[in-house]
Design a protein around this ligand. Structure first.
Ligand code: GN1
Ligand code: MG
Length: 364
C-alpha cells in the first residue's frame, strides 16, 4: 500500500470520515515522520489533521510514551481550561494510537501556525523562553513517578559518551578513520560535557519534569503576530534537569546557523539571542530555581551541544540508524556544526554566565 492510501486508512481508523484530499509531508523533527492530511468537510470547507509515524527504533515503548503525553497534556489542560491544547484523536477502541504491526501512528488536530528554525526577532526568542519556562512551571507540581522514561538516560551524558565510545570501537559502517579529529575533540571535552550528570549524581541538582527537546521549532507561534501559542513534541517529557531544557533551547535557537549547516565555521553563539531567551525563560523560573541550578545554566548549553555531537557522530559511525538523514554525510555535517558551536560557547562562557546572573537578579 502506498503512503497516500495508508494515510487514508490511518485516518479512517481515527474515525475521520470526511472526503480525503491527500497529504503533505511536513518537515518536523529528525526522528518521527509527520504528515498533514487534508479532507473536505460536508460544507465544502477544508479540514486538516496531523498524522505522525512514531519512530519505534528511537522510542522502544511508544505506548508508555503516549501514556506520558496523555497525563501531561491533561495536567496542563486542567490548569488552563479553554486554552489551545494538543488533542489526540482516538480509534474506535479508545486508543490514542494505531499500531498496525509495522508502524505506530497517532493523530492530532492541525494548528495553523508558524515555527522558526533561526530567529532574528528577539521578541519571538523571549516568547519562546517564556513558553518553555512556563511549560516547566506548569509541570512543577506533576508527580514524576507517574512518567515512564521513554528513552532511558536520554540526557545522561556519561551514558551518551559510553554509547558513543562503543560506536567508535565497533565502527560498524567503517567510517571511524575519516572522523578522527571529531572523535578526539569530543573525547577531550568529556569531563566538561558530563558536568551536569556528575552534579546530579552527586545529589546536588533536583530532578524536575522537563521537556528535553526544547528546540524553538517546538513552539508554535501565531501566523501574524508571532505570539507563542503552545509547546509541542511531548515525546521526551521525562524526569530531567532544568539545564537540559535551557541548554538545548540555546543550542538550537542561539546558533548563528541551523544545526546542520554545512559551513561549520559560521556556527557560533549569538549572545543577543542567548540574552533574549534567558530573559524569557528566567522570568518564569528564576524564583523556583536553586542557586546550584542557576550556576549550571550557561554551561548546560555547552553540555547539550557536545552531547548531541556525540549522538550525531555515534549515529554516523553506526550507519545512520537513528536520525532521519537527507544525505549520506548528514550526521557528520550535523556533528561538525555542533562541535563548532560547542567550541564557540566555551569561548563565551564568562559572558553567558554574566547574562544569566543579570536575568536572575532581575526576576528574583
Ligand atoms: C531529535 O526529532 P526531533 O527533531 O524532535 C532528537 C533530539 C535532538 C534533535 C536534534 C527523541 O528531535 O534529542 O536534540 O533531534 N529527539 C530524540 O535536532 O532523539
Ligand atoms: Mg522531539
Amino acid at each position: 500500500m502506498d503512503l497516500y492510501e495508508k494515510l487514508l486508512e490511518v485516518s479512517r481508523a481515527f474515525r475521520i470520515e470526511y472526503d480525503y484530499l491527500g497529504y503533505e509531508t511536513i518537515q518536523m523533527g529528525n526522528v518521527n515522520r509527520t504528515y498533514k492530511v487534508n479532507f473536505r468537510l460536508p460544507d465544502g470547507n477544508p479540514k486538516s489533521f496531523l498524522v505522525q509515524n512514531v519512530n519505534t527504533y528511537a522510542f522502544r515503548n511508544p505506548i508508555g510514551l503516549m501514556d506520558n503525553i496523555d497525563k501531561v497534556t491533561e495536567h496542563i489542560r486542567a490548569k488552563k481550561p479553554g486554552q489551545l491544547a494538543l488533542h489526540f484523536h482516538h480509534t474506535a477502541d479508545r486508543k490514542t494510537y494505531l499500531a498496525d504491526g509495522e508502524n505506530f501512528w497517532r493523530m492530532t488536530n492541525f494548528v495553523p501556525s508558524v515555527t522558526f528554525n533561526t530567529v532574528t526577532d528577539m521578541n519571538v526568542v523571549r516568547n519562546a523562553g517564556k513558553a518553555f519556562g512556563g511549560f516547566q512551571m506548569d509541570l512543577a507540581d506533576f508527580d514524576i513517578s507517574e512518567l515512564t522514561e521513554t528513552i532511558p538516560g536520554f540526557h545522561n551524558t556519561r551514558k551518551r559518551y559510553a554509547d558513543f565510545l562503543r560506536s567508535v570501537q565497533e565502527d560498524k559502517a567503517g567510517r571511524a578513520s575519516q572522523v578522527r579529529e571529531e572523535i578526539d575533540y569530543l573525547v577531550s571535552v568529556q569531563d566538561q560535557a558530563c558536568c551536569l550528570t556528575d552534579l546530579y549524581n552527586a545529589g546536588k541538582l533536583p530532578l524536575r519534569v522537563t521537556h528535553n527537546d526544547t528546540k524553538i521549532n517546538n513552539v508554535l507561534f501565531t501566523p501574524e503576530e508571532h505570539k507563542a501559542m503552545i509547546v509541542i513534541d511531548l515525546d521526551t517529557v521525562m524526569p530531567g534537569l532544568i539545564g537540559h531544557d535551557f541548554g538545548d533551547a540555546i543550542r538550537f535557537a542561539a546558533n548563528f546557523v541551523e544545526e546542520d549547516c554545512p559551513e561549520p565555521e559560521k556556527a557560533g553563539v549569538n549572545l543577543a539571542v542567548f540574552r533574549a531567551f534567558a530573559e524569557g525563560f528566567l522570568s518564569m523560573t528564576a524564583k523556583t530555581m536553586t542557586d546550584t541550578e542557576v550556576g549550571t545554566l550557561a554551561m548546560s548549553c555547552f553540555v547539550l551541544t557536545a552531547e548531541l555531537a556525540t549522538r550525531f557522530l555515534a549515529d554516523y559511525l553506526d550507519g545512520d540508524l537513528y536520525f532521519n538523514i537527507k544525505s549520506p554525510d548528514h550526521n557528520l555535517v550535523r556533528t561538525r556544526c555542533q562541535i563548532a558551536l560547542a567550541k564557540d560557547m566555551l569561548k563565551h562562557m564568562d559572558e553567558m554566565e554574566r547574562i544569566v546572573r543579570d536575568c536572575v537578579d532581575q526576576w528574583r
